[in-house]
Write a protein that binds this ligand. Structure first.
Ligand code: SF4
Ligand code: SF4
Length: 402
């Protein structure tokens, strides 16, 4: 019942209330034979008729509406919507389009925004879009800086790009094992984050990761308030640790809900994630209102999956299962230092997300590329999914270096 009442009077239903107003007038005209305003107001029973039909109309039209669920983001104490906004795809739009999209999401109750220093213009577009409504959102960004000096610089750039005096959550962006050592060592990026937190420039500190081993380490760091990790129908390798996050009051942010664009059925993909109560927020990338609408509808239903949905999930898993990199990193170390899952991740951005220029730029910035592969085959027996890594490397080379 509280849900019903919330929906009935929520902002989302204002349009239905407006339509129901017109409906009410028509009903009155029908019943009363075109009464004047005063005649109408004089008859108390008419109010009941109007109220009854108005409410019925709202209920009838609420089928397509959703109520956004909110959760506490772990130790941060921030209250955030179960659906967040992933800021990668707006790179292919404009600042004005980002503004339209974010205002729409705001009206629908989405209040969590994720971006990164590495997403080219994403921070800037979001900064422009949030003018005048900054406080309606919990704002999270991240940096790949590993030293205190570089991180301090990046925090200031993020503040300037986002046109704000504070960022709610600042994350260490995808460190590998060596990077993580640098980050936590004296003079490492963590020092700058803690100083920025003290100074009020950032509110909380989080980390984003792709390897299960580092995820396992991160849940034991007392400074970690949130962890972002891939989680979707075909990447469930972090599931036990996601439950640990909930037990340790660490906010869990599910990234790559569509497995880097490999899953076409966005509705089932989002439903799968939000049906897991240990997930605090899921952050699908969105660039259009249509995408946002679908995500909002899917995230609005957080109940356990139905049998039909469960079968769909299994079918998706089967169809992608044989030739898809889950970024588990079991294939490491590569004989020549290639970060194997990153190669396949960038290929996905190139092919499936239509972020060709950005993917090319990221690929060019990697120290060891797919073309460095010497075909030794050492990685393949370590891949639990038996991926033909050598062949896949050739394909990545063709895409980025042809
Ligand atoms: S086959 Fe290529 S990717 Fe695999 S370990 Fe050898 S060099 Fe690295
Ligand atoms: S290639 Fe295999 S082992 Fe390596 S990250 Fe992908 S799925 Fe895991």
């Amino acid at each position: 019942m509280p849900n019903l009442l919330t929906q009935l009077f929520s902002l989302q239903n204002l349009k239905y209330t407006k339509y129901s107003g017109v409906f009410q007038i028509l009903i009155c005209a029908k019943i009363l034979g075109h009464p004047t305003k005063n005649q109408f107001l004089e008859v108390p029973n008419n109010f009941l008729v109007v109220f009854f039909f108005g409410i019925m109309y709202n209920i009838k039209n609420m089928k397509g509406c959703v109520t956004m669920e909110y959760r506490q983001l772990g130790k941060t104490g921030l209250q955030i919507s179960r659906l967040g906004f992933g800021g990668i795809p707006i790179q292919k739009t404009s600042a004005e389009e980002t503004k339209t999209l974010l205002r729409y999401l705001m009206e629908q109750g989405v209040n969590y925004i994720d971006t990164a220093r590495a997403y080219t213009v994403s921070e800037e577009y979001i900064g422009y879009a949030l003018q005048g409504v900054r406080d309606r959102f919990v704002l999270a960004t991240k940096s790949m800086a590993r030293t205190a000096e570089a991180m301090a610089k990046d925090i200031d750039i993020s503040l300037s790009n986002l046109q704000t005096d504070h960022i709610d959550l600042y994350q260490i962006h995808n460190p590998n094992a060596n990077d993580l050592e640098k980050v936590i060592a004296p003079g490492g990026a963590l020092e700058a984050l803690q100083a920025a937190k003290k100074a009020g420039k950032i509110g909380h500190i989080g980390i984003t990761l792709h390897s299960v081993e580092l995820f396992q380490r991160a849940v034991d760091f007392d400074w970690v308030e949130t962890i972002m990790f891939p989680y979707n129908i075909v990447e469930t390798q972090g599931e036990a640790l996601i439950t640990q996050c909930a037990e340790k009051n660490i906010g869990f942010i599910a990234m790559k809900p569509l497995a880097g664009g490999a899953i076409d059925d966005g509705k089932t993909a989002i439903r799968y994630i939000v049906s897991n109560p240990a997930v605090t927020v899921v952050i699908p990338g969105m660039a259009t209102i249509t995408e946002a609408e679908q995500n909002i509808r899917s995230a609005g239903n957080t109940s356990p999956l139905t049998e039909t949905e469960q079968s769909t999930v299994e079918a998706i898993g089967k169809s992608l299962g044989s030739n898809f990199c889950r970024r588990c990193n079991y294939c490491a170390p590569c004989a020549v230092g290639i970060n194997i899952p990153v190669m396949f991740l960038l290929e996905g951005y190139y092919n499936r997300y239509d972020l060709k220029d950005w993917a090319k730029m990221r690929y060019a910035a990697t120290e060891h590329r797919a073309s460095d592969c010497i075909g030794c085959g050492a990685c393949e027996p370590r891949c639990p999914y038996n991926l033909p890594i050598r062949e896949m490397m050739k394909n990545v080379t063709k895409i980025f270096e042809a």
